[in-house]
Design a protein around this ligand. Structure first.
Ligand SMILES: *Cc1c(COP(=O)(O)O)cnc(C)c1O
Length: 368
C-alpha cells in the first residue's frame, strides 16, 4: 500500500502539449515558461523535458536561470523580470541569458554593470500596467541600448496581455494595436502570446507585417490546463481534450467511516451525514498543497468515478463520500487532480485557478 500523497509527472504529455501550442501558431518560435518551479512540476524536470524540443525557455528571475545553467541547460533563456541590479545584469552576461528590460532603473544598472548583452528583450506596457516601458518610449529605450552596444544578436520586443482569457474583452484590441504600432519598422523578434493568446489566435499578434518574426511564451497550457475559465458542466476529459494532464496527484484512502444520521465529519462538523454514507479518509491535505477552501462537493476521483469531498480539508487529510463507489477500499489511490480529473475543474470548485493549484503542490510530493 502506498502510504503518502505523491505526484506522477508525464513528460510525454508536456511535449504533446507543446505540439498543440505549435499547432495553434505555426511559424511562431515556442519559448515555454517554466517559472515557479516549472509551474510546480520542478524547474529542472521541466527544462529537461522541454529543453531539446523548445526554441528557448523562460523563467522569472536570474536565480532560476542560475539553477538551470548549473544543471547543464545551455540553450536560450529569457529572464522575464530581467536583472534587478548591476550584479544581476552581470550574471546575465556571464550566463548568456536574455533578460527583459522593463524599467529605467534597469537601464541605469546596465550602464553601471559595464557588460554587453548580445540579446535583450524590451518590454512594453501596452495596458497590463505591471511591467514595461510606455510604447512612446520604445524609440528612446532602443537607442540607449544600441548606443551602449547591447543587442548585437537581437533587440526583441515583448508585451503581456491582461485579458486574453476572455478574447471578447475590449482591452485586447487596444493592447494588440498598441503593440503592433510601437514595434512597426523596428528590427528584432516580437513576443506577446501566453497560452490564452495562442488559443485566441494571436500568436503573431494582430496587424503586423508578414516579415515580422514571432516568439510565443506559453505556460499553463503546456502543463495540460486550459487558460480560460471552465464552465461547471465541463466533462471530465476537460475543456480541450487535446491537452493532456502532466501532473497527477494521488493519495491513498487510509480509513473508512460510517457516520450515523446527524454525525458531523471533520473540523467544525461543517458537513453532516444523512446516514448510510461511506466516508473515505484520503491522506492529502492543505500541507500537501490541496486547497483548504475547497468546499463540500469538490470532485475527487476514486476507481474512475468522481466523488464529492465532504467537510473541511485538514492539514494532511480530507474526507470523500464514497457512497456511489461501494467497492472502494482502504489502500485505493484517490486522484485529487490529473488523469481523469482536470485540475481546472478542481480549481473552479475551490474558487481559484489551475495555476494556483499546480504551483502550490508541496515540493515533497514530487519525484526525486
Ligand atoms: C507567466 C507568463 C507567461 C505564461 O503565461 P500562461 O498564462 O501560463 O501561458 C507568459 N509571459 C509572461 C510575461 C508571464 O509572466
Amino acid at each position: 500500500m502506498q502510504r503518502a500523497a505523491s505526484i506522477q509527472l508525464d513528460s510525454g504529455a508536456l511535449r504533446h502539449n507543446l505540439e498543440v501550442a505549435r499547432g495553434l501558431a505555426p511559424e511562431v518560435a515556442m519559448w515555454p515558461v517554466i517559472k515557479a518551479e516549472g509551474y510546480g512540476h520542478g524547474l529542472d524536470w521541466a527544462a529537461q523535458s522541454l529543453g531539446e524540443v523548445a526554441d528557448g525557455l523562460a523563467v522569472s528571475a536570474v536565480e532560476e536561470a542560475e539553477v538551470l545553467r548549473r544543471s547543464g541547460f545551455d540553450g536560450p533563456l529569457l529572464v522575464l523580470q530581467g536583472g534587478r541590479d548591476s550584479a544581476g545584469l552581470r550574471r546575465c552576461a556571464e550566463l548568456a541569458l536574455q533578460p527583459a528590460v522593463h524599467a529605467p532603473a534597469q537601464l541605469e544598472a546596465l550602464d553601471a554593470a559595464s557588460v554587453v548583452l548580445p540579446e535583450v528583450w524590451i518590454k512594453l506596457n501596452t495596458g497590463m500596467n505591471r511591467l514595461g516601458f510606455a510604447p512612446a518610449q520604445a524609440d528612446a529605450v532602443e537607442r540607449a541600448l544600441r548606443a551602449a552596444g547591447h543587442g548585437g544578436r537581437g533587440l526583441h520586443w515583448m508585451t503581456h496581455m491582461a485579458c486574453a482569457d476572455d478574447p471578447a474583452d475590449d482591452h485586447n484590441a487596444a493592447q494588440l494595436s498598441a503593440f503592433a504600432t510601437a514595434v512597426a519598422g523596428r528590427s528584432g523578434a516580437r513576443s506577446l502570446a501566453n497560452s490564452a493568446s495562442l488559443f485566441a489566435g494571436w500568436g503573431r499578434g494582430v496587424g503586423h507585417g508578414a516579415d515580422e518574426a514571432f516568439r510565443a511564451r506559453p505556460g499553463i497550457m503546456l502543463y495540460g490546463c486550459h487558460p480560460a475559465s471552465v464552465p461547471a458542466e465541463t466533462p471530465p476529459e476537460g475543456p480541450d481534450a487535446d491537452l493532456r494532464p502532466v501532473m497527477t496527484v494521488q493519495a491513498p484512502i487510509i480509513g473508512i467511516q460510517h457516520p450515523a444520521p446527524g454525525d458531523g465529519v471533520g473540523y467544525g462538523a461543517t458537513w453532516t451525514a444523512h446516514g448510510g454514507e461511506r466516508i473515505g479518509i484520503v491522506a492529502m491535505g492543505y500541507a500537501d498543497g490541496y486547497p483548504r477552501h475547497a468546499p463540500t462537493g469538490t470532485p475527487v476521483r476514486v476507481r474512475g468515478q468522481l466523488c464529492p469531498l465532504v467537510g473541511r480539508v485538514s492539514m494532511d487529510m480530507l474526507a470523500v463520500d464514497l457512497s456511489d463507489v461501494p467497492e472502494a477500499a482502504v489502500g485505493d489511490l484517490a486522484t485529487l487532480w490529473g488523469e481523469g480529473l482536470p485540475v481546472e475543474r478542481v480549481a473552479r470548485a475551490a474558487g481559484t485557478i489551475g495555476y494556483e493549484l499546480l504551483t502550490r503542490v508541496a515540493g515533497r510530493l514530487r519525484p526525486a
